[in-house]
Design a protein. Structure first.
Length: 303
C-alpha cells in the first residue's frame, strides 16, 4: 500500500531505523572489521530514495545515513560500492504484464516490479565484481532488503473491483514471486537477506476511507482498523513466513530473516503513549526466534 498517515509513517521509519541500528551494531562488534560492507534495497515507496523521480514525478531525496549509503540506482550517483537502492514507488511483486493480462489497469504505466529491479541489479553487477567467485565473495558481505512487496499488488487488485476473497486468491502467486526474487539473490552469493512482511492494511487511512463500513463489527475496537483487511495482511505474512522458512532449509548457510512490520504498528496503535508523546496518535479514515504470523484469514488482531 502506498498511502499511509504520518503516524503509520513514523512506525515504518522506526522499524527501518531499528534494522539499520542492528547493522551498525554488527559492524561495531566485529573486531573493527565490518561484516556488512554494502546494502542493496529492493521495494516500493517505503524504501524509494529517488528512483521514482526518474520514472514519473518528483520525490523527496533524503541524505544518506551513516557510512553505508544506498543511493538510488536511477539517480546521479555512479559509485555503488557500498550498495544501491532499487526500490520504486508503486513497486510490485508481480510484473506489469500479469496485471494487464488480467485486465487490471489501475497499475502505473511503467514496470517497477521486483523482477525488473533484479534486472537493474544484474546490470550493475559488472561494476562491482568481475568473476563469479569474486561476485560471491562480494555479495556474501552485503545486506539485502527484499521488500516490503505485495501491498501494491493487492491495492491494484482491490482498485479493479476485486473482492477480498478474490484478492486473497492471489496471495500464493505474490509470495512465490517474492520467494523467487530472494532465491535469485541467494544464488548470486547473498548471505544476509531481510524479507519484510505486510503492514496492517486495515489501519491505513486510504483503506479506512475507501472501504469504510457502517457495521462497527468490521472494526477492531482496540485499534480502529478494518479487521478483514488486516486479516489479508496476516494471511500474506503467514504465507511469506513459510516461504522464508523453506528458503532457510534450502540455503542453510544463509541468514534469511523475516521482518515483522505488522506487530510493531499494531502495538503502537494499541498503546501509543507507551512509545512517547510523538506516538500519541489516533487512526482516522479521513487522513532467530520468531513467532509465526496468524494464518487465519478472517480472525481479528491478536495480542
Amino acid at each position: 500500500m502506498e498511502h499511509y498517515s504520518p503516524s503509520t509513517s513514523k512506525s515504518i521509519v522506526l522499524v527501518v531505523l531499528l534494522l539499520l541500528a542492528c547493522v551498525h551494531y554488527t559492524q561495531a562488534n566485529h573486531g573493527g572489521r565490518p561484516s556488512v560492507r554494502s546494502i542493496f534495497i529492493f521495494g516500493n515507496s517505503y524504501a524509494d530514495t529517488g528512483n521514482f523521480v526518474k520514472l514519473a514525478a518528483p520525490v523527496f531525496l533524503p541524505k544518506s545515513l551513516g557510512s553505508l549509503s544506498s543511493p538510488p540506482i536511477l539517480g546521479e550517483e555512479r559509485n555503488f560500492t557500498h550498495g544501491a537502492n532499487f526500490a520504486v514507488v508503486g513497486g510490485t511483486a508481480l510484473d506489469l504484464a500479469f496485471f494487464l493480462k488480467n485486465n487490471i489497469t489501475s497499475v502505473p504505466p511503467f514496470n517497477s516490479s521486483l523482477s525488473v529491479q533484479l534486472e537493474w541489479f544484474q546490470k550493475l553487477k559488472p561494476t562491482l565484481c568481475s568473476t563469479p567467485q569474486g561476485c560471491r565473495d562480494y555479495f556474501k558481505k552485503s545486506l539485502f532488503f527484499v521488500g516490503e512487496f505485495g501491498g501494491n499488488d493487492y491495492t491494484f487488485f482491490m482498485a479493479a473491483g476485486k473482492t477480498l476473497g478474490q484478492v486473497a486468491s492471489y496471495v500464493p502467486k505474490v509470495v512465490q514471486a517474492i520467494s523467487a526474487g530472494v532465491e535469485a539473490i541467494l544464488k548470486e552469493g547473498g548471505k544476509y537477506v531481510v524479507v519484510p512482511g505486510q503492514l496492517p492494511t486495515g489501519c491505513i487511512p486510504i483503506v479506512l476511507t475507501l472501504y469504510a463500513s457502517p457495521n462497527k463489527r468490521d472494526y477492531d475496537a482496540r485499534t480502529g482498523c478494518l479487521r478483514k483487511y488486516n486479516a489479508l495482511a496476516r494471511y500474506h505474512n503467514s504465507a511469506l513466513f513459510e516461504a522464508v522458512y523453506q528458503l532457510r532449509c534450502k540455503y542453510p548457510k544463509a541468514k534469511i530473516i523475516y521482518a515483522d512490520y505488522y506487530a510493531p504498528v499494531i502495538a503502537f496503535l494499541k498503546k501509543p503513549t507507551t512509545f512517547g508523546e510523538c506516538f500519541f496518535i489516533t487512526v482516522h479514515a479521513c487522513d532467530s526466534d520468531q513467532s509465526r504470523p496468524s494464518d487465519q484469514f478472517y480472525d481479528h488482531d491478536h495480542n
